[in-house]
Write a protein that binds this ligand. Structure first.
Ligand SMILES: NC(=O)c1ccc[n+]([C@@H]2O[C@H](COP(=O)([O-])OP(=O)(O)OC[C@H]3O[C@@H](n4cnc5c(N)ncnc54)[C@H](OP(=O)(O)O)[C@@H]3O)[C@@H](O)[C@H]2O)c1
Length: 329
């Protein structure tokens, strides 16, 4: 393994063109860590926020972007017993996925599910960890409940629709075009609402209200989500695409016994992420292996074209996941 590699750095905060190839030292695994020779790296909206200077990486993380990848274990640090050099894995990363090699905690890696390519497996970790921890652990979604996920065509949305459906929930979703709505229905949504043409609050209230909402839009959606919830409903906030500040009358939260909560994955501790990984291997990897959940692939770009991938994700024209081809890319 050479000491230097090609990576994509954020030259300065700004638009997609600040993503530029650079020579960078190959990481060395510390205690409990593995180094992965990256085959494919997933592209996520938080990468675009980091690039724009709106989402700082935790102090211990690589400053390079990239929160998930698939590939082959290239080096194993002390204390790692599960993985050996040559194992194929996909992994949640603290950062640094837009590179030929990346280091992560060994317990944040998972085997490539049977039947999936490395290209597809690269798209699993960030969305699966986020959806599992927010929809099922924090949000407590149960079979038979009405679940509303906004941004149904996003990486998060396409995963949440399939996972919730596979667990027996009734899935409702919103998206910004008829084409996106059709894609959401094909994934198992009972109803996909084109939010440019129809009011999701009225649609959900006609069904008795949502027992759980997963939202990344925020802003004016916050009071509307409260109205769309059934009594005792839960709202889990995972981002604020339109802003975090809004006026809200909490009387309704109290009188209808609503819960408003949320989380972000990246700053959570290694032990919490390792526990999510174990849960995913037990509860979600079998769904993938029997075909009930599959990443929806939008497009791929060579590592050197990471800027094009960011233009694509920021266009919101995509449906599902965007990946970077790293090995041989
Ligand atoms: N909390 C966490 O730990 C965590 C982890 C990962 C991701 N996230 C967040 O989850 C969200 C989805 O992530 P992703 O990577 O799946 O993103 P993505 O694929 O880029 O999807 C975002 C989608 O949201 C929809 N949208 C609705 N309102 C929007 C607005 N005002 N501005 C931009 N897009 C809007 C867009 O589709 P339409 O055409 O339907 O509008 C867009 O395709 C992001 O906000 C991300 O930051 C949070």
């Amino acid at each position: 393994m050479s000491h230097m590699m090609t990576a994509i750095q954020i030259k300065e905060p700004g638009g997609p063109d600040v993503l530029q190839p650079v020579d960078w030292p190959v990481p060395v695994p510390g205690h409990g860590q593995i180094v992965i020779r990256v085959a494919w790296a997933g592209v996520n909206r938080p990468d675009a926020l980091q690039r724009a200077g709106l989402y700082a990486p935790p102090p211990s993380a690589s400053p390079l972007p990239g929160l998930e990848a698939s590939g082959t274990v290239a080096a194993v640090g002390p204390g790692v017993t599960r993985w050996r050099e040559g194992d194929q894995v996909c992994a949640l990363l603290p950062g640094g996925g837009y590179a030929e090699y990346v280091v992560t905690h060994g317990d944040h890696a998972l085997p490539v599910p049977a039947g999936l390519s490395l290209r597809e497996a690269a798209c699993l970790p960030e969305t699966c960890f986020t959806v599992w921890s927010n929809v099922f652990l924090r949000g407590g979604l149960k079979a038979g409940e009405r679940f509303l996920v906004h941004g149904g065509s996003s990486g998060i949305g396409t995963t949440a629709i399939q996972m919730a459906r596979a667990m027996g929930a009734r899935v409702f979703t919103t998206a910004g075009s008829d084409e996106k709505c059709e894609a959401c229905m094909a994934l198992g949504a009972e109803r996909a609402i084109n939010y440019r043409e129809e009011d999701f609050v009225a649609a959900l209230r006609a069904e008795g209200g949502a027992n759980l909402i997963l939202d990344m839009v925020g802003g004016s959606y916050l009071p509307r989500n409260v109205r769309a919830l059934a009594d005792d409903g839960r709202l889990v906030q995972i981002a604020f695409l339109t802003g975090p500040k809004v006026e809200l009358n909490f009387a309704e939260v109290m009188t209808r016994r609503l819960t408003i909560t949320g989380s972000t994955l990246r700053p959570q501790g290694d032990l919490a992420k390792a526990a999510y990984a174990r849960d995913l291997e037990t509860h979600v990897w079998p769904l993938i292996e029997r075909g009930a959940l599959r990443p929806v692939m939008d497009s791929e770009y060579a590592l050197a074209d990471a800027a094009k991938a960011h233009w694509r994700i920021e266009s919101s024209g995509h449906i599902g996941k965007i990946v970077l081809r790293v090995e041989g890319g």
